[in-house]
Design a protein around this ligand. Structure first.
Ligand code: ADP
Ligand code: MG
Length: 226
């Protein structure tokens, strides 16, 4: 089948209004990602990696250009439509894991679906917790977990809604690269088995090399795609 792109960006542009000046974070970025592809995004700090992920995932809106998901425009959704799309289709791993300190691990994992009053597949959740080796940690609080364990929890949370696309922005946080890579590799393995699309930002070349393709950003532009 032709044109089976899951995500397409066309001339995507993002400017931040800084009062007197404008900061151009992304300049006319176009890309096409197929279903099931695992894509890494690399580039120096400030090159626009997080901005690109936020625009592709409806977390932020472009100044110009379009984003399509399965052939449907998603850059112009209202907040409610965007939340629903993210709940149904997308999963997220953030750099600092963003666990809620006052909720136990189980409640942290189910938070994205619970806040939308949705149900989750308990069997699937038990299976991913087992795979990530956190099934004994579910009643603990985030503060009682090591960095590596928190990363595992963040990955379980990104998968709890059985998303089609997972966005991960520097998913290994401040962990040393060996441990961080090992855990993120579990997510990539899950994704490959289940045909999920993954788009992840990293500074780690070993991790970037595990992707099918790599986009390199510089000053808000894609300078290399392989
Ligand atoms: P990266 O993730 O590659 O480090 P970002 O996408 O965070 O880069 O940022 C790209 C550029 O946009 C940088 O110059 C950054 O300072 C700027 N930028 C990012 N977010 C904002 C914001 N909320 N307000 C103003 N400028 C921003
Ligand atoms: Mg960033």
């Amino acid at each position: 089948m032709a044109d089976t792109f899951v995500l397409t960006a066309t001339d995507l542009q993002k400017e931040y209004d800084m009062g007197k000046s404008k900061e151009q974070a992304l300049a006319k970025v176009s890309l096409e990602i197929q279903e099931g592809e695992i894509i890494s995004v690399i580039g120096e700090s400030g090159s626009g990696k997080s901005t690109l992920l936020n625009l592709l995932s409806t977390i932020d809106k472009p100044t110009a250009g379009t984003v399509e998901y399965n052939g449907r425009r998603i850059d112009n959704l209202n907040q409610k439509q965007a939340s629903r799309l993210r709940l149904e289709e997308f999963g997220f791993v953030f750099q600092k894991y963003n666990l809620m300190p006052s909720l136990n691990i189980y409640d942290n994992i189910i938070l994205p679906v619970a806040v939308m009053n949705q149900k989750w597949d308990k069997e699937y959740l038990a299976e991913i917790c087992k795979r990530l080796g956190i099934e004994e940690q579910l009643r603990k609080m985030p503060g009682q977990l090591s960095g590596g364990e928190q990363q595992r929890v963040a990955i379980a949370r990104a998968l709890v809604n059985q998303p089609k696309v997972v966005f991960a922005d520097e998913p290994t946080g401040n962990l040393d690269s060996r441990n961080g890579n090992e855990v993120f590799r579990i997510l990539l393995d899950c994704a490959r088995t289940e045909g999920k699309t993954v788009i992840f930002v990293t500074h780690n070349m070993e991790l970037a090399g595990m992707a099918d393709r790599k986009y390199t950003l510089q000053d808000g532009e894609i300078i290399d795609k392989i």
